[in-house]
Design a binder for this molecule. Structure first.
Ligand code: 6R9
Length: 657
């Protein structure tokens, strides 16, 4: 943890504090009292939060922790997640309220969808999926751009009890195929393409290619978004079905069935420390309780007046909890934007905030850092006075980015909530409450009411204030993952074995408690890197590299990067028969990774070396490689001769790093 401590001593010089605005504090959804109430009786507190939902059958037991680490929340209760996200708002007379302001990337391509319209569309899609042979318990994959049909598809799956697995549209056909195979997805919902940086970008061909690698898929349901030509081989009548043929013509009447609180809601794949992504399983009652409660509490949501916008992609957990399930369960009005922040111009996001009067805005530090680089003139051209709360997620936010965000985007008025959580936790765990907690740039502060987190040493003892250690969650929480799809052993081993006797959940992050006891999350302590807020495993990229015919061995490290937080840097040993690999070897390998996994995994640097530093037991010493990668100037020569790598490494050793 020495690197961790170094980072921390820099951070601890941060002394700026921001008090909650008086009007926000006076009308806050949660007040300081909630912390004590929740700590005194966490189960009673969570039962109170579960009352936000409509249950067909109330639970008999709040938490069943008889067989840890396999939790059951709200046992005996039944509900339908889709009913909770749409129908109940319509039944309560709010059918005309806008659920989604959709903003397509092409300018002027926008439409607003009310809760009543959403209910009809979800019902039609549920009927269509049923007619395609999907029944409760079957898995459906969703591989789509950020368009309303993606949300509709997720809710339609939830409505019929078919767990969905959303695969990020930026992932390659290989990544898609491995996920389809792992969860045996019967149907894939996709689109011909989506708009990215001003052009139509195809998706359907990747599904076709994935189908050549797995035979689990029976039907592919395709939304026509771009109208691009699919080509002569791009359509298989036996498998492919147009959304407009089967969904638009289906009945808008659909009776949602109540499912058990523990019925699987979705599987979300995330990178672990091995090459094989983990299918994180979330279930219905506890997850929806966690998503709805945290969205209401952390963003101080006032559903009647707020316009909320989360810029995540629905292919990540943030899109699941804070675009689909949390906001819609709470009856919020939100913006859904298809494209990139800079298309057609660099002020696009700020224009959307001004056009729709966005009041709550949730994004990632990597985006904030890139806007900082462009300068404040761009956001300053837009009236963003509607904003009242800003959120950050995905990676540590450095104090300078926090202060810029608060001042330039939030007009020096808005609290910034730095929210720490994971795919596995399902909902926000550590965050300030905007009307209660003062802001401290760089700190996620304290666990929210109902959540118990600690920073502990190797033995699981809480560290004193001013010290660092491992971040753990000490008590179960409703939105926690239930297992890894098809792999209970890996679930136990990854999260629960480290502090087994204490029953703590090990998050894989290092953290520090400052002198006030507030938490600073510092990043992963395992072989997982965080690139622009996206989790990638070093092993996964290494496997992609060694799948290239010229590569004998590869080691990948996450080196710190000004723009993306961390960036993958690869060291490769070529096969003898590949010689020096040819002059384009670096680009060839970078593109190979891009093809195998997706653009976000493309290494920033590939260094061809003759030798990799290893321990006596043959383990690659990644720490030394990270020293090498971080000491190099970006844009420097990317091919290193063996001696220079080894020189740099030995310098690293002699300087005691
Ligand atoms: C929601 C999400 C989880 C990992 C997590 C940690 C990092 C997320 C953070 C943060 C510092 C924050 N992380 N939020 N680190 N401060 N506010 O991002 O889920 O993709 O599973 O990533 O991201 O390292 O362990 P996921």
């Amino acid at each position: 943890m020495s690197e961790t401590n170094e980072t921390l001593s820099n951070l601890l010089h941060e002394e700026r504090r921001f008090e909650p605005p008086a009007d926000l504090a006076a009308s806050a959804n949660l007040t300081a009292e909630a912390y004590e109430r929740a700590a005194a009786d966490p189960e009673a507190f969570w039962a109170e939060q579960a009352e936000r939902l409509d249950w067909s059958q109330k639970w008999d037991r709040v938490l069943d922790w008889d067989d840890p680490p396999f939790a059951k929340w709200f046992s005996g209760g039944t509900l339908n997640a889709s009913y909770n996200c749409v129908d109940r708002h319509v039944e309560a007379g709010r059918g005309d309220k806008v659920a989604i302001h959709f903003v397509g990337e092409p300018e002027g391509d926008a439409r607003s969808i009310t809760y009543a319209e959403l209910k009809d569309e979800v019902s039609r899609a549920a009927n269509a999926l049923t007619s395609l042979g999907v029944a409760a318990g079957d898995r459906v994959a969703i591989y789509m751009p950020m368009i309303p049909e993606a949300v509709v598809a997720m809710l339609a799956c939830a409505r019929i009890g078919a767990p969905h697995t959303v695969v990020f549209g930026g992932f390659s056909s290989d990544a898609l195929a491995s996920r389809l195979t792992d969860c045996e997805a019967k149907v894939v919902v996709t689109a011909d393409g989506g708009y990215r940086r001003g052009a139509a970008s195809a998706l359907k061909p990747a599904v076709d290619e994935a189908r050549t690698k797995t035979d689990v898929v029976e039907k592919v349901l395709v939304v026509r978004r771009t109208g691009q030509d699919l080509g002569a081989d791009g359509w298989d009548d036996a498998v492919d079905v147009w959304w407009h043929d089967v969904v638009d013509t289906a009945s808008a009447e659909h009776q949602p069935e109540a499912f058990d609180a523990e019925h699987p809601l979705y599987v979300m794949y995330t990178s672990g420390t091995t090459g094989k992504p983990k299918g994180i399983l979330h279930t219905t009652g506890g997850y929806l309780t966690g998503a709805a409660y945290t969205h209401w509490a952390v963003f101080d949501l006032k559903p009647e007046t707020d316009v909320y916008w989360c810029t995540a992609d629905i292919g990540w957990v943030t899109g699941h909890s804070y675009i689909v399930y949390g906001p819609l369960a709470n009856g919020a009005t939100q913006v859904l934007y298809e494209g990139t922040p800079d298309s057609p111009e660099r002020g696009r996001w700020w224009k959307i905030i001004a056009d729709y009067g966005v009041t709550i805005f949730y994004t990632a530090p990597t985006a904030i850092r890139s806007f900082m680089k462009q300068g404040r003139e761009i956001p300053d051209r837009h009236d963003m006075s509607s904003l009242r709360i800003l959120g950050s997620v995905g990676e540590p936010i450095n104090p300078e980015a926090y202060v810029w965000y608060r001042s330039v985007i939030g007009g020096d008025r808005t609290p910034v909530v730095d929210t720490w959580w994971q795919t596995e936790t399902g909902s926000i765990m550590i965050s300030p409450l905007p009307g209660v907690t003062h802001g401290k740039p760089g700190s996620a502060m304290t666990p929210i009411p109902g959540v118990s987190a600690e920073v502990v040493d190797e033995a699981g003892e809480a560290v004193p204030n001013g010290s660092g250690g491992y971040l753990v969650l000490t008590r179960p929480w409703p939105a926690m993952l239930r297992t890894i799809w098809g792999d209970d052993e890996r679930f136990k081993d990854t999260y629960w074995s480290r502090f087994e006797s204490l029953g703590y959940y090990f998050a894989g992050d290092g953290a520090k408690k400052d002198e006030d006891g507030d938490i600073w999350v510092l990043g992963r302590v395992d072989d997982v890197m965080n690139v622009s807020g996206h989790r990638l495993s070093t092993t996964e990229i290494e496997s992609a590299l060694v799948s290239h015919p010229k590569v004998a061995e590869a080691a990948v490290v996450g080196a710190s990067d000004e723009d993306t937080g961390q960036a993958p840097c690869a060291f490769v040993i070529l096969r003898d028969e590949a010689g020096d690999g040819g002059k384009d070897i670096v680009e060839e390998l970078r593109n190979h990774v891009r093809k195998e996994i997706g653009p976000i995994a493309k290494p920033r640097q590939v260094m061809v070396v003759a030798e990799l530093p290893k321990t006596r037991s043959g383990k690659i010493m990644r720490r030394l490689l990270r020293d090498v990668a971080e000491n190099r100037e970006i844009g420097d020569v990317t091919t290193l001769a063996d001696s220079s790598v080894m020189d740099l490494i030995s310098q690293g050793i002699s300087s005691g790093k």
